[in-house]
Design a protein around this ligand. Sequence first.
Ligand code: FES
Length: 252
Amino acid sequence: MKPEYRPHRPTGPALGRPEDKLRPVPIADMDPGLRRDGANGKGPVTSDRLAQRRASLSQSDGETGWRPSCPPSRRAAIAAGVGLLAAPRLALADEEDAKRERPQTGDVLVKIGAVDTAPLKAADLPLGGPQVLAWPMDPASKTVRDGSRLNKVLLLRLDPAGFDTATKARAADGVVAYSAICPHTGCEVALWLAATQRLECPCHFSQYDPKIGAAVVGGPTPRPLPALPLKTADGRLVVAKPFTGRPGFQQT
Ligand code: FES
């Protein structure tokens, strides 16, 4: 037997009629996402909603309306924590910078290799040489500026009668100070030729005359040793001015 054909008829109110399309749907029956009465937070702006919005913005950034995701007290605590962690590292970085800084006006000089850091006096140096190697030291913080070999200073105590005018002006109690680094290729000017009263670099035998501004008197070096002007204070040798030139050698 052939099955009876029955067209599908939707149950409930008939659709498609003009009166169904125009009939208003009660708000309570609407999908909350479609409601425009303000109950879903997206409705029209009323004076109440405006007041609510202003109240929320009063806790936010005045310029952008950005609201912090955590309360100010927590942010302050986090910032303080970060500050506490960073402080020792910053202090360490400052100290490293101070150690690498070139000799500063007012620095005292301490003997390299000495067990203590007593500032040197002219009387601590042998009259007539040889040279003594020293580091500058900040007398206030006691920071020895040994963070760079370019800060190595050689000190010589000589009879100032043989000094030229510029060297006399830079000397203190017959003590002259120069960079200990040879401008040729950076070796240490470690030798003292007592007979001729000259400084000599052991690498390629460049020679310098300390009585006339460490002028070049032999060897391949391109320029004199930079001088470090000195003065005395309370009997101690003190840096009067920075190096007269750049210490070290320049690569070409
Ligand atoms: S490095 Fe001093 S003479 Fe060459």
